[in-house]
Design a binder for this molecule. Sequence first.
Ligand code: FAD
Length: 469
Amino acid sequence: MTTSAAPTAQALSQGALRELRRRLRGVLVQPGDALYDEHRRVWNGSVDRRPALIVRCDGAADVAAGLAFAREHGLLVAVRGGGHSFPGHSVCDGGVVIDLSPMRGVTVDPETRTARVQAGVLLGELDAATQPFGLAVPAGVVTHTGVAGLTLGGGLGWLLRKYGLSVDQLLSVDLVTADGDRVRASEGENSDLFWGVRGGGGNFGVVTEFCFRLNPVGPTVLAGPVFWPIAQAHEVMRCYRDWITDAPEDLMTGLALRRAPALPLIPTELHGQLVVGIVSCYAGDVEEGEKVVRPMRRFGSPALDLCRPKPFVEHQAMFDPSFPHGRCYHVRACDVAELDDDVIDTSIEHVEHIGSPHSGVVMWQMGGAMARVGEHETAFGLRREGHSLNITGATETVEGFDAEREWVRGFWSALEPHHTSVYVNFLMDEGAARVGQAYPTSTYGRLRALKRTYDPDNVFRLNQNIPPT
Ligand SMILES: Cc1cc2nc3c(=O)[nH]c(=O)nc-3n(C[C@H](O)[C@H](O)[C@H](O)COP(=O)(O)OP(=O)(O)OC[C@H]3O[C@@H](n4cnc5c(N)ncnc54)[C@H](O)[C@@H]3O)c2cc1C
């Protein structure tokens, strides 16, 4: 549990605060304000930090003003998009939160197939703006995640095999640097910075707006989970491994091991039962998709088959109820090259000891379009991984949280011989060496040099930090 410390707002002069407030279009929130607790809360309920100031930004000028104030007063800076950082990097004790969440504009141009997206937009809001045109930006699988943090780290989701990562759709970003400069980065302008923000996270500045390429998607896709009892897990996972070997790129899948959630779509007799679930999203022709998915859904004796044609936006929201705001979460992640027998056996063995009904593991299939982008084209460089694993321990309150955390760590450690790397957006606070594992060695060196250019004082250090060389 991250505990709170006394904010240092009292130490700031009233005159300086008045001047900051005068400069802002947005709102300055301080301890004692009615909405302070609401605005310092983040997705992970185990994070409880008390910033001195929350700058609720309404535009790039507010971002620059908030950053300048923090630098003048030597305050730590946290940057908040959707507030979904696993370790809660978007809130700090005693510092300044640059809160982009009021900036929610999305402008879609169906002619040029582009979208301009402000930094506080959530994934569901982006889909809501683009899907009426049958278009989408490949992004993540939970609609209340922020576009900003997800994109800057890479952005894995249901369309990664068909169209690539979120970063692969970026045409430009508008950014405020640590010095308060406003810059645009694209292939043609500040191209070094553009390379770095496509995977290097929030290390180089505060992005205020993204410009994405849009891709035709749906609006109907063939998608959803099929569940089998855990007793069939070994066979199901081996069949899955073979099934996805030559899967077309229209198909993206994830494999989950957990207790079946108590959701209305799931029969009550399954609630709380250990299951293996395979979730598919076929983003091409639905009839073709039926043929592709058939061998897997017919394997063994599924307990429940919820895979059917549905609106893409409905599928995008499928995981929402499993990851609500406010629970205590502990996550450990790793990439593995393949689901070999030992990965399968080890995973099932650990899942059989799950305590909480909310804990589990998801194994994301990689490959396809994301793997066709060159390793050095973007800072996100781990493009040839087989599967990205996300082991999550979650409890309603702090009660039982320590035990779940131990379960997660034990499971993750048991898989250590198979770890190849890790997706930077799935890291907790795990230290510099682990951040290094999220990048190819030469990429990490290049990121450190870029950090020296754009943020030599490491103003943006509350993140998966790239220290300047
Ligand atoms: C429920 C859930 C589901 C998820 N699903 C996926 C998924 O499907 N695919 C995937 O790839 N990832 C997924 N993630 C991981 C997610 O990508 C990261 O947690 C990401 O950081 C969330 O972005 P955010 O804006 O919501 O977070 P925040 O906590 O607001 O930001 C995280 C960090 O990003 C940086 N940042 C945020 N906004 C800006 C900005 N405007 N400018 C500069 N830096 C900024 C800051 O360093 C900040 O600390 C998921 C996370 C959660 C909690």
